[in-house]
Structures are given as C-alpha cells and as structure tokens.
Design a protein around this ligand. Sequence first.
Ligand code: TXA
Ligand code: MG
Length: 336
Amino acid sequence: MLYPVTEKNLELAAAAIRNGDLAAFPTETVYGLGGDAFNPSALAKIFEAKARPRFDPLIIHIADITALENIADLSLLNSTAREKVGCLTAALWPGPLTLILPKQSRVPDLATSGLATAAIRFPSHPVAQHLIRLSTGAVAAPSANRFGCLSPTSAEHVAEQLGDKVDIILDGGRSSVGVESTVLDMSAASPCILRPGGVSREQIEAVIGPVTMGNSNTVVTPASPGQLKSHYAPGVPLTVHRREEMIGLKFEASVGYLFFDGASRDAWLEKGTGHHIHPLTRTLSEDGDSIEAAANLFAVLHEMDRLGLSRIRVELAPEGGLGDAINDRLSRAAAK
Ligand code: TXA
Ligand code: MG
C-alpha cells in the first residue's frame, strides 16, 4: 500500500525495518526495497520478494558518515585508496555513488553474497535519510523491482511490481536522478566503475583521477552481478539504435519510437518514410539534456511497456556524463 510521507508513516516504515520486515522508500536514484542490513531474516525477505538470485549482493544504505566504518573495514585498504575514499565521500556523498569496500566481518554474508566486500551508499534523498536514521542506521536496499525488470522511479512503479510483497511503500513522488547509483569498486588495485550511474565518470575523475570502466558484459561470473547482460528490461522487445540509424528508420505500425532529443525526432518525422502511419513517439529530453533524459528514462519505458506495442526502438544517448548510464541500461534492456 502507498503511504504519503508523514512523520507517522516514516515511523511506521522504520518500525517495520527494526522488526525485521521490509519497507519500500524513495531515493534520488530509484525506489529501494529496504530491510535491516544486519538481520539475515530481513535480508532473506528481500531476495524472496524480488525473486532475486542470492549471488547478487545488496547495497547497504547509511545516513551518517560515521556508520561507514561499522560496515567497511578501511584498514584493509592501502593508504592511497583510503585517502581516495575520504575524498570521494567528502565530495560526492550524500549522492548517487556506491562504494565497494572490504567489509567488516559482522556484515551478514547474505548482504554481500559471501563476497569479502560490501557495497555502501549514502543517499541524498531526505526521506531515505530520515528512514535510515529512524530505523537501524544501515538499510540494505536493492531497487524495488522484480529481478531483471524495469527499475521503479515512482511509488506506483513499486506497487505494480511488488504490491503483493511489501506492505509499506512510502510515496515520495518521482525520483529526481532516475538511474541507479554508480557502483565504484575501491577494493581493487585501482578504482573501477562496475556500473555507470547517477554520478558520471567525469565527476569521479575530477576527485580521484583516472578510473577504469569494468566491462563485465561478457564475463560468466560478473564482478557486479547487476551487470548481467539482460537486465532492466521492459516486457516488450526493445532495440537500440545510434542516432543516424534511428533517423533512417522506416515508420512501422505498432512500433514505439523513443528519441533522445527533439532534434532527432523532428529529423525523423520530416523524412516521413511510411507517412500513412502515425508513429508513436516519445522523447527523453526535448533539449537533449542527459540529466533530464536519465530522470525520464524508466518512467517513459514503464509507460511505453503498457501500450501494447510489438517493439520499442530507442535512440542511444550521446556518450559521456549520464549518457553512459542511460546507454548501459538501454543495452541491457535490449539484451533480453
Ligand atoms: O541507486 C541505487 O543504487 C539503488 C537505490 C535503491 O539505492 N539500488 C540499487 O540496488 O540499484 P541493486 O541491488 O538494484 O543494485 C546493486 C548493484 C548490483 O549491480 C550488485 O551486483 C552490485 O550493486 N553490488 C553489490 N554489492 C557488490 C559487491 N560487494 N561487489 C560488486 N558489486 C556489488
Ligand atoms: Mg536493480
């Protein structure tokens, strides 16, 4: 059930988490399905509700920087890495950045799928922060969707996919960033982005210098299991196209066309190949702003998924900034 954000409902959700139950809540990236990170039975409920394989570890959310060292053992890092972690948390937390760090032994194996590292994030959304502080200070929360399906950027999206699995969904409106956090591995020899997301590579490099991009597309045991090739997928088949290719496409009946910006949509409409058809089009950002496009991405895909289309054709975003996260999600949605 959807609960508007009030003090009373926040306390209700916090009590559920303290008692080992689950509550869904808004973050700036996507909605999360939260449970006490230190309660294995709550963690088991998360996997169960999402139908998520246990090899896919969870992100632990904190709302106070001092909680970091309850979860991560920074003494296992070398001094350069430790310094970089300090710079990253100072510059980019709270925000859409998840750090992979050596874990404290008290963190349950179920949270980390038995890995020696934990994923930790300090979200900037005030409701998320409030809930984390009121509950247990460490909330494990994957995106509140069924495994492999589109991520939720509104409380309604959560209700559609998990309404029968979670009693409390705090409704904080639409998520402003719209794509998940960037997952940055700081436990490896050199920093590596395992999942592009709401903080761009450029923003990270401005703080700690060069980072590599983990290409886990082809590996059998992905370093970051959320990077399985087919993921974030709508029910309708989806095909991605580069800009020039998209503009050259013929109009097809029952196909939906999702453009990155108004300019490419207009260029395509002007060509009008097959003009007896009124194509169904959507645009991620009229002005081609990748931040706006990311914020709209999942909501538009959820909407197009419900229109009874035979296929969705999507224009890829220009590379760089949030374009990398958008293209990552689109390519995985297409891989189904
Ligand atoms: O924006 C977000 O990060 C959202 C909101 C709710 O905070 N959460 C989210 O969680 O996207 P989830 O579970 O959908 O994605 C977590 C990602 C997965 O790709 C998982 O494999 C990776 O983080 N991950 C978690 N722990 C890891 C670890 N120890 N090493 C490598 N990757 C890890
Ligand atoms: Mg997810």
